[in-house]
Design a protein around this ligand. Structure first.
Ligand code: HEM
Length: 168
């Protein structure tokens, strides 16, 4: 069952178009990732407004969905691209923006995902012991929100350094 699902997923992946749809010469995955990331960033902003309106349950569901969906995007697009395009040259090429941009982005991105997972564990479950739980929820969630936006901006920077800047 799991094997069949895996194969059908691979077939879907390999039947996707190779070139993107935003007219930049990027790959299909990069364009799709960019659009999905912008939609998810908009969802996070909407989720922050839900918290402002004290609709905490809806806020929790919204932000957790984005966090988990993004794990999927990392596994499907960003991690494999990073390993293919960046990892072999690390750390020799840190001075070139083609490599420096995704390396800074990936480091910040991992921090944002781990911090997000930690916040979800504290806010949505009781699995962590008291000494590992924070009390100042607002501060932690605001920090995560700002970090996430910085990661989206550095992702856009990576897209620019790879598909737009070199062709100007
Ligand atoms: C909160 C977590 C993250 C967010 C919001 C995020 C957001 C983005 C955005 C907006 C882009 C531009 C679209 C694109 O070029 O595909 C991007 C690209 C990229 N990200 Fe992330 N990212 C995150 C985590 C990560 C992590 C953990 C890694 C490394 C393992 C990573 C590696 C990359 C790479 C290599 C690209 C370029 C992909 C390509 O253009 O083909 N990202 N990211």
């Amino acid at each position: 069952m799991l094997l069949t699902a895996g194969w059908s997923w691979l077939i879907v992946l390999y039947s996707l178009p190779v070139t993107g749809f935003l007219g930049t010469g990027a790959t299909f995955e990069a364009d799709a990732n960019l659009v999905v990331q912008l939609v998810m960033a908009a969802a996070l902003v909407a989720g922050a407004f839900l918290a402002k309106q004290k609709r905490y349950r809806a806020h929790g569901i919204c932000q957790t969905t984005v966090l988990l969906l993004n794990l999927w995007m990392i596994g499907l697009v960003m991690w494999p691209t990073f390993r293919r395009q960046v990892n072999p040259t690390f750390p020799k090429a840190l001075h070139r923006s083609y490599y420096a941009a995704p390396i800074a982005h990936a480091a910040l991105g991992m921090a944002a995902e781990f911090l997000g997972l930690y916040i979800v564990l504290v806010a949505g479950t009781n699995v962590l012991p008291v000494w590992l739980r924070f009390r100042n929820w607002k501060l932690w969630m605001r920090a995560e929100f700002v970090l996430w936006l910085v990661v989206v901006i550095s992702g856009i920077g990576t897209y620019y350094a790879w598909y737009i800047g070199p062709f100007r």
